[in-house]
Design a protein around this ligand. Sequence first.
Ligand code: ZN
Length: 233
Amino acid sequence: MIKVTVWNEFVHEREYEGIKRIYPNGIHGCIADFLQKNEDITVRCATLDMPNQGISDEILADTDVLIWWAHARHEDISDENVRLIQNHVLSGMGFIGLHSAHFSKVMKALLGTSMTLHWRHGDREKLWCTAPYHPIAAGVEPCIEIPEEEMYGEFFDIPKPDDVVFTGWFGGGEVFRSGCTFTRGMGKIFYFQPGHEEYPIYYMPQIQRIITNAVRWAKPESRLDKFPECSAD
Ligand code: ZN
């Protein structure tokens, strides 16, 4: 069994009626629902309002892949939790950052760059597969049409990815490295751009396929009990 924890700040779905209608059980509820249909995946959800922000060493030790959706409350995440997550990734836990999670403290700590990008509301996207040989692209169409999506455009300040599995094109002409993989320590990381909260993108079967593939790809092949501390001598 692959043990997945879906972490969501769960703010917009409670603040705005229109978003609540799209995701009545939160974005995490939608993602958990489609992942749980797979017999090899078991899911737990965690949200910002839970004790210790839904994060603990015990939960992370029992998580093969952590999925992170956040937008409005990045700065609220404690530095201690960021360090804890980073250490678990370095020890082998997989990490999937979705949409505006690019700007989370966790992703900035993992990747070490500013993670800035260009953005604009109200566009459409063609999501092109630019690495069809990659396990995350298995069974995915060469081009997925997303009728409504927030535009994220280059330059996207990320370190050089291991693979750019998907490249987004937007109606305004911008392009974006929309699906990128990285390795940090023993851990595999996937950043995936689609998923603005105002549009029902996580209900799209092809998007669900990509996230499910990413979970199977990011699960640790082997995992250290504890990331080795540096020795000073
Ligand atoms: Zn957004």
